[in-house]
Every structure is written in structure tokens, then in C-alpha cells.
Design a protein around this ligand. Structure first.
Ligand SMILES: Nc1ncnc2c1ncn2[C@@H]1O[C@H](COP(=O)(O)OP(=O)(O)OP(=O)(O)O)[C@@H](O)[C@H]1O
Ligand SMILES: [Mg+2]
Length: 361
């Protein structure tokens, strides 16, 4: 069956790109209208405006190696259907925000904020409607990362999110002068301020709202995870052995509040020499992979330690914007899509488990 060959080829490329063991049948449909004339329809639950061109080339390349199939014409239909995932029923949802993803880590300084910005911009580049909520009340970084110095406008009592690089954002940093950083705020105040930032912002139709979480896994983080309708979390870590313990803490925290873990990202995973491009694994190789296996969560990718990332972030023009076709931008792009695909698949798994229970009764 030639349609089966085409389907297999599409699934193979997608599975490799997203590091998935298998691709759901309903993502890919291949029709042969008359002999050799095919239409491939891909209905994917995540954005892919940018990446699909690369995948299309890879599929064609794969098919060109197969001499049992004759293709006369090939029509492509790429569709993105991003749906709102379930959240715990006791949490107040936001109708105009489909999915909230928390970007967290066990300890500070591992690059969460930088990761949040780059992943948000990568999703936007793929055609999704994206927002960022800076949940770091003590040390908000998103204003700097996004290069935003203006203050948000008010509509009644609600805040209009800032819009830059096609991404909506809200941060306490937009509201306070740097000298006013609320260093003495206590847990409940922080949690209250954060909920206000989330619920009193007029988010405009978002597929994804990424939350740049404050560092750590203490009470503040736990409360946030419980009070905000989060549908998935990503853990950022660095490759040193010591970080294992911090990842364990973050994993436990999300398990406690039953938020699906979409995966772990290794940041500053290897040194990327800007002169020669040589990757140097200063902390040893495959630490992230071992970590992922140990905690039974997926490794979404590894971002190098690279001066350009820091420089572009400091300048308020993140690398995904400054160098949209660079190798590092591609790394962020892949992580963002793996994250979005897992968010969509997680619920499928939950439903499957559910269906099984019903059958057994
Ligand atoms: N892959 C990278 N390569 C080079 N520099 C990086 C990389 N990722 C982050 N940085 C830099 O490391 C510093 C810390 O990053 P960032 O502020 O994103 O970490 P964080 O985990 O959000 O910190 P905090 O816990 O304080 O919120 C920043 O100066 C940032 O530019
Ligand atoms: Mg931060």
C-alpha cells in the first residue's frame, strides 16, 4: 500500500523531530485521489508554521530513498489545532488562555527566565499566540529580556499586557521602579500579587501562557502551582551532578500538585565555542539523559553555554529574534515543539488510562 509507505515516512520524520516513540494515527492522513496523486493532511495539536518546511523536506528525502513508490503529485495540508488542556477543577481558569505552562527549576540561576523568553518566542515564530507571565516577584527579569521599559496601560482596573515580538507579557517589573523591588514581601503577599498579575491582565486569546517561575521549591512555588491553572511544567537544570538533587525537588513538587511534567531541559549543557563552533562538554556528557531516565521524564533538549545567548538577552533582543536561523535558535525551536507536543499528548494518555478503567469495570 503506497499510502501506508507515505504515512510511515511522515510519522518517522515527526517522531524523530519530536523525540516521540510513536505518532498518533489521527495526526496524519494520506489520500490517493488517483494513482500517484497524493494529499497528505497533517493535523497537529501544536504550532508548526516554521518547522513544517524542514519536516516536509525531510519526508521528501526519506521517500526518495524508497523506490517502491511512484509519486506523480503531492499536495500538503498542514493544520494546527491547539486545544485547551484540562486543569484541576478547583482552580479558576482564564477563558482566553488555553494552556498555562510553568517553567521551573529547583535552584536559582540555571537560566529559567532566559529559557522562558526563548521558548515563548520560538512558539510565536511557529504561529502560536503566546504570553509570558513573570512570576518572579522578587527579581523580575522579563522586562530586561524582552527589552521593555514602558509601563502597561490600564483598562478600568485591568492591565493591558505589553506586546513585543508578537508575545504578550506581564511582569511586576513593569509596574515598579527598580528601587521598589518588594524584597520584604512575604509568601501570601507574593502569591496574592501573582494571582492578581495573572487574573487582572487582559490576556488576548492565548494558545500558551508561559510562567517564568521564581527559583526554588518552597511554599511560594507550591502555592503558585496550586492556585494557578497550570496544565504542564518544564524543569530547567544545569548539568552538574549537584543539580540532580534540585531536579528531584522540582519533580516532587509538581507530582505533589499533580501537574504533568512535560520534560526537563538541560541549560548550559556544553560550551559552544563562538570562534570555531566546537562543542565542549565541560561537565561531562549525557548527564541530562541520565537525569531524565532516573526521574522517568523526557529530556526535551540541551542548550549550550553560549556568549551570544547572554549578550542577546542582556540587549533585550533574544537570540530567536536576533538570529532566527541560527543553530541555537533551532535548538530552542525543537525544545518548544517537543514541549507543546507533550502537552497535547499528556491528556491523551490520561484519557486512555481513563477509558481502560471503564472497560475493566
Ligand atoms: N545558555 C546560556 N548561555 C549563556 N548564558 C546563559 C544561558 N542561559 C542563561 N544565561 C545567562 O545566565 C544568567 C542567569 O540566567 P537567568 O536569569 O535566565 O536564570 P534564572 O534561572 O531565571 O535565574 P533566577 O533563579 O535568578 O530567576 C543570565 O545572565 C543569562 O543571560
Ligand atoms: Mg529568573
Amino acid at each position: 500500500m503506497s499510502t501506508a509507505i507515505l504515512t510511515a515516512s511522515v510519522k518517522k520524520v515527526l517522531a524523530e523531530a519530536l523525540s516521540l516513540k510513536s505518532i498518533p494515527d489521527n495526526w496524519v492522513q494520506v489520500l490517493e485521489s488517483k494513482e500517484g496523486d497524493y494529499t497528505i493532511t497533517l493535523t497537529l495539536p501544536f504550532p508548526h508554521d516554521k518547522s513544517h518546511r524542514l519536516w516536509q523536506d525531510q519526508i521528501l528525502d526519506d521517500l526518495s530513498k524508497n523506490n517502491t513508490i511512484q509519486i506523480h503529485s503531492l499536495k500538503w495540508q498542514w493544520q494546527s489545532q491547539i486545544v485547551a488542556q484540562e486543569v484541576p477543577s478547583q482552580v479558576k481558569t482564564i477563558p482566553q488562555v488555553k494552556n498555562i505552562i510553568a517553567i521551573a527549576s529547583g535552584k536559582g540561576g540555571v537560566g529559567k527566565s532566559t529559557m522562558t523568553t526563548h521558548l515563548a518566542l520560538a512558539l510565536a515564530a511557529e504561529g502560536a499566540r503566546v504570553g509570558i507571565l513573570d512570576a518572579d516577584i522578587y527579581g523580575p527579569n522579563q522586562p530586561n529580556l524582552l527589552g521593555i521599559t514602558e509601563k502597561p496601560q490600564l483598562q478600568g482596573k485591568a492591565l493591558i499586557p505589553m506586546l513585543k515580538y508578537d508575545v504578550q507579557s506581564m511582569s511586576i517589573g513593569y509596574l515598579l521602579d527598580s528601587t521598589e523591588t518588594p524584597v520584604i514581601w512575604r509568601g501570601p503577599m507574593v502569591s496574592g500579587a501573582l494571582q492578581q498579575l495573572l487574573y487582572d491582565t487582559l490576556w488576548h486569546d492565548l494558545d500558551y501562557l508561559l510562567i517564568d517561575m521564581p527559583p526554588g521549591t518552597g511554599d511560594i512555588q507550591l502555592t503558585l502551582a496550586q492556585k494557578i491553572p497550570v496544565s504542564g511544567a518544564v524543569i530547567v537544570t544545569t548539568p552538574q551532578d549537584l543539580a540532580l538533587l534540585d531536579v528531584q525537588k522540582a519533580v516532587n513538587m509538581f507530582k505533589k500538585v499533580a501537574i504533568p511534567l512535560l520534560g526537563v531541559v538541560e541549560n548550559m549543557a556544553y560550551y559552544h565555542c563562538p570562534q570555531c563552533g566546537h562543542p565542549d562538554a565541560i561537565f561531562g556528557e549525557a548527564g541530562g539523559q541520565r537525569m531524565a531516565e532516573q526521574f522517568n521524564i523526557d529530556l526535551l533538549g540541551a542548550v549550550p553555554l553560549n556568549t551570544d545567548i547572554r549578550r542577546a538577552s542582556d540587549a533585550g533582543v533574544p537570540l530567536v529574534i536576533a538570529e532566527p536561523e541560527s543553530a541555537i535558535t533551532q535548538v530552542y525551536q525543537q525544545i518548544a515543539l517537543k514541549m507543546a507536543a507533550r502537552l497535547a499528548l499528556n491528556i491523551t494518555q490520561v484519557k486512555r488510562r481513563f477509558a481502560k478503567i471503564v472497560v475493566e469495570k
